[in-house]
Design a protein around this ligand. Sequence first.
Ligand SMILES: *Cc1c(COP(=O)(O)O)cnc(C)c1O
Ligand SMILES: [Zn+2]
Length: 408
Amino acid sequence: MKHVKSAKCIRCGREHAAVPGVTTCESCGGILDIIYDYDWIKTQVTKEALSDRIEHSMWRYHEFLPVEGTGNFPQLRVGWSPFYEEPRLAAFLGVDTMYIKDDGINPTASLKDRASAMAVAKAAEAGVSTIACSSTGNAASSLAGNAAAAGFETYIFVPERAPRGKVSQLMMFGAHVISVQGTYEDTFRLSAEAIDHWGWYNRNAAINPYLMEGKKTVSFEIAEQLGWKMTDYVAVSVGDGCTISGVWKGLKDLYAAGFIDKLPRLISVQAEGCCPINRAIAEDREWYPMEENTLADSIAVGVPRNPDKALRAIRESNGIVVNVSDQEILEAMRILGNQCGVFAEPAGATGTAGVKKAVERQLIPKGASVVSIVTGNGLKDTTNAIKAAGEPLSLKPDMELLLRAFEQ
Ligand SMILES: *Cc1c(COP(=O)(O)O)cnc(C)c1O
Ligand SMILES: [Zn+2]
């Protein structure tokens, strides 16, 4: 790959060859970052050339991705998700301009599809036909779906608390599912041992440096959908920290290639009951584990797998951190539903909950422009959706009863 230079350790700086199966640093175990030759990329693609492309998926930006050519990309359509300007939401939240990037509209209904599509592409390159991962749900369901579409076998480890909607996706996509009676941390450890033992392709985020390269495409789309004029802020929810790192990598790629001339500040949003990354920023110290007390299962990560990259991204962007309560998350789900017609799962609404709180706390100015990324669809977790929105009016089929009910 002419445009990919190496896979460089973010801790010790050692460079590794960017082969398909590369994982963590051979010297220090640190997480790797894919390094590109932006001068070469600039000779291959321009903003104008992009606008003429008919490919409306994440592969639209293949020159910026660790893949060869335009040929054999997985066919499930991942990416090019809707992007909405939301003036009523902006007025409600008290910012100048507000955009929603709805990544719940992906084939398996979360932003994780971007990483899983990349995992499938790289597994194919590596010549491996079985892929495995551990996940709180969305990484798993997206891997299962993307792998099924490409004819791969999957082994998936989920903690027993994973919502039924997500587990049902796994089963429907034909994955071998292991529901682990323990925490996400326990689940991750067992999956790592099994992957070692059987030699499966590893889709565990952070460990596999290519996954973030898939996730960064969300920023490419946001930038293009904004006409390459970036907002002041981009808000996103944070669990392991791969998504926010990917968002930042995408923005930095575009900046390095001269596609955008301004880098937004990141708004890192976590749940109050589980915010080890934001706590490290707020207290300006190393992160340390935290309990997993939140109903937002996708970001209930007490031991984040990618804290170094996430912390670096937040600091480099001069970002801000906001923690929100479960009540505020449920409220943001209602707000997105009511004001935008966008149905988010709890972690999908958490970024927007963070924007609301950041305005209230005067962490961001009234004149700000903000993109909030909705990372997952509400149908994945109907239990919490009903918790947020309540139960409907219920009555016998009788007009009198309906009239009386409406009077009240
Ligand atoms: C995974 C996930 C996140 C957080 O991404 P991390 O890489 O774990 O920080 C946020 N929202 C949803 C819906 C997710 O599935
Ligand atoms: Zn290293």
